[in-house]
Design a protein around this ligand. Structure first.
Ligand SMILES: [Cu+2]
Length: 204
């Protein structure tokens, strides 16, 4: 018995299942410091040149405290995301942010605060602890579904439709309260790479 060949209509059906992927490209973004060295923990995002794309709040995001440090130090969330701040230490912490992106205070507490903090505006919230001056963390709130971060290699922004985009990049080494730095990029149908140099603080 011979194997029947697939009807052409099946192939058409498979193509229609993924219309959003047709022609979408991956943009690899390297973020360098002022001296041209690549930065890890940089946050990159793509916004449309005009208008905005719908975003969904993320679920189950945590910025914990352990060994008197925030963990992780840098967190990226979409607008509207609730964030929990569980304290895993035996000492109490007093977590706050005075940043315009989100001003809040979780007064001296142990364990898990009863309600999460909702990050409802785009921007960067700088976190501190009133008790432990060395504790610092950053929550980057993005108003786009296209975001990524650098690690050992470039940040990978996948599934980007062709067009002109505003590429924004941010890193904790930028001067305090400096907004993400923007540049325009044109994305085609092929994968491509971009490099952003940030005016980071000079480190000795
Ligand atoms: Cu503390």
């Amino acid at each position: 018995m011979s194997v029947p060949s697939l009807p052409p209509s099946l192939f058409l059906g498979l193509a229609l299942l993924f219309p959003g992927l047709a022609g979408a490209a991956t943009l690899s973004v390297t973020v360098n410091d002022a001296a041209g060295r690549p930065l890890s923990d940089a946050v990159v995002m793509l916004e449309p040149a005009s208008g905005r794309l719908p975003v969904k709040p993320m679920a189950a995001v945590e910025v914990g405290q352990a060994a008197r440090q925030f963990t992780p130090a840098v967190t990226v969330v979409t607008v509207g995301t609730p964030v929990n701040f569980p304290n895993h230490d035996t000492v109490r912490h007093h977590v706050y942010s005075f940043s315009p992106a989100k001003t809040f205070e979780l007064k001296l507490y142990a364990g898990v605060p009863a309600t999460p903090v909702v990050f409802d505006k785009p921007g960067v919230a700088v976190l501190g602890c009133n008790i432990h001056d060395q504790m610092a963390a950053w929550i980057v709130v993005v108003d786009t579904p296209h975001f990524a971060r650098t690690a050992a290699g470039p940040a990978q922004l996948a599934g980007i439709p062709p067009g002109t985009w505003r590429l924004k990049a941010w890193h904790p080494a930028l001067p305090a309260d400096m907004a993400p730095q923007a540049t325009m990029v044109t994305v085609g149908t092929d994968d491509q790479a971009a490099t952003v140099r940030l005016a980071t603080r000079v480190t000795p």
